[in-house]
Design a protein around this ligand. Structure first.
Ligand code: IPM
Ligand code: MG
Length: 358
């Protein structure tokens, strides 16, 4: 059976890192049909829209999407609906990619890369499960309006709407509990239920779904405290489940604990195993085209793609072992370089992973 993969390189370093991931996928000896299409600012330049209909339908018709990164300062002055970020938001919404899995793992070989003390982060292995298609990100109404009454009457006001429907909370709760079941069986739900109605509702549903998973220990934490605990004692966490906005913020924080955001993959899944796989880092336009970006997060995203969308666990493990092997050999791109290691370019790192695969 041929598996269809849409490859959307995007902007900045996106093309050079996805190229390496494609090479790795191509070397597995699987029957993969990879089709490349523009997205983000690159698509805007070509077609006047960050998510052209051809790119969207290619993605929708594929088993999985391998995504690079979008965004560049040069598009910051465009109207919101034309900005590169709208491509990723549009793909999430159109494909129903509600479950975002963001692992934050500290590789033993990179223990010194973190800005935190080694004893705080060594062995770190946490998984953030972020709801990705609801919350204030997509809530309506939103916009700018004129205040009718009260203190600010007559003034313009910017506003967004936070809401979660019960089914939205339930389905992400199940993803969180099932992920925890396969790990240390501890799930921490992060909310702001001391202030927000949406969060109180979220918490109530989490508690209800927990009855179906008696072997998983559910705890709750306010998001401000979670932000603090993540830097104080991150190893206390196993799986975190949270809403779209809090998950956006906490997943960047968690990624940086490892000091090597260039190593972290992510998966965004819908209910039918279709997924979009992308590195956790952004498009880094400042180093684009210089062959110095770290392709490993994208290569590891390809491993997640094999695991979650193609049910090819063995092949996923092969890639992950190859990445561990290049680190073990002391091979590094600039972002994770330390004394005594060998500095490689993006493409040379791709070569090294390919060699380790064989
Ligand atoms: C992320 C990014 C996106 C988000 C942006 C690019 C829209 O920050 O994937 O975390 O806010 O979800
Ligand atoms: Mg983010």
């Amino acid at each position: 059976m041929t598996h269809k993969i849409a490859v959307l390189p995007g902007d900045g370093i996106g093309p050079e890192i996805t190229e390496q991931a494609q090479r790795v996928l191509g070397a597995l000896g699987m029957d993969l049909e990879m089709t490349v299409a523009p997205v983000g600012g690159a698509a805007y330049d070509l077609h006047g829209h960050p998510l052209p209909p051809e790119t969207l339908s290619l993605a929708q018709g594929s088993d999985a999407v391998l995504f690079g990164a979008v965004g560049d300062w040069k598009y910051d002055s465009l109207e919101r609906h034309l900005r590169p970020e709208q491509a990723i938001l549009g793909l999430r919404r159109a494909m129903g990619l509600f479950a975002n899995l963001r692992p934050a793992i500290l590789y033993p070989q990179l223990a010194n890369a973190s800005t935190l003390k080694p004893e705080v982060v060594s062995g770190l292995d946490i998984l953030i499960v972020r709801e990705l298609t609801g919350d204030i990100y997509f809530g309506q109404p939103r916009g700018v309006r004129t205040v009718e009454e009260g203190n600010f009457a007559g003034e313009r006001q910017g506003f967004d709407t936070m809401h979660y429907a019960e089914s939205e909370v339930r389905r992400i709760a199940h993803v969180g509990f099932q992920a925890a079941q396969k790990r240390q069986k501890r799930l921490c739900s992060v909310d702001k239920s001391n202030v927000l109605e949406t969060s109180q509702f979220w918490r109530d549903i989490m508690i209800d779904v927990a009855r179906e998973y008696p072997e998983v220990e559910l705890s709750h934490m306010y998001v401000d405290n979670a932000a603090m605990q993540l830097v104080r004692a991150p190893k206390e966490f196993d799986v975190i489940v949270t809403g779209n906005l809090f998950g956006d913020i906490l997943s960047d924080e968690a990624a940086m604990l490892t000091g090597s955001i260039g190593m972290l993959p992510s998966a965004s899944l819908n209910a039918s195993q279709q997924g979009l796989y992308e590195p956790s880092h952004g498009s880094a336009p400042d180093i684009a085209g210089q062959d110095k970006a770290n392709p490993l997060a994208t290569i590891l995203s390809a491993a997640m793609l094999l695991r979650y969308s193609l049910n090819a666990e063995d092949q996923a493990k092969r890639i992950e072992a190859a990445v561990a092997s290049v680190l073990e050999q002391g091979l590094r791109t600039g972002d994770i370089y330390e004394d005594g290691c060998q500095l490689l370019s993006t493409s040379a790192m791709g070569d090294a992973v390919l060699k380790a695969l064989r």
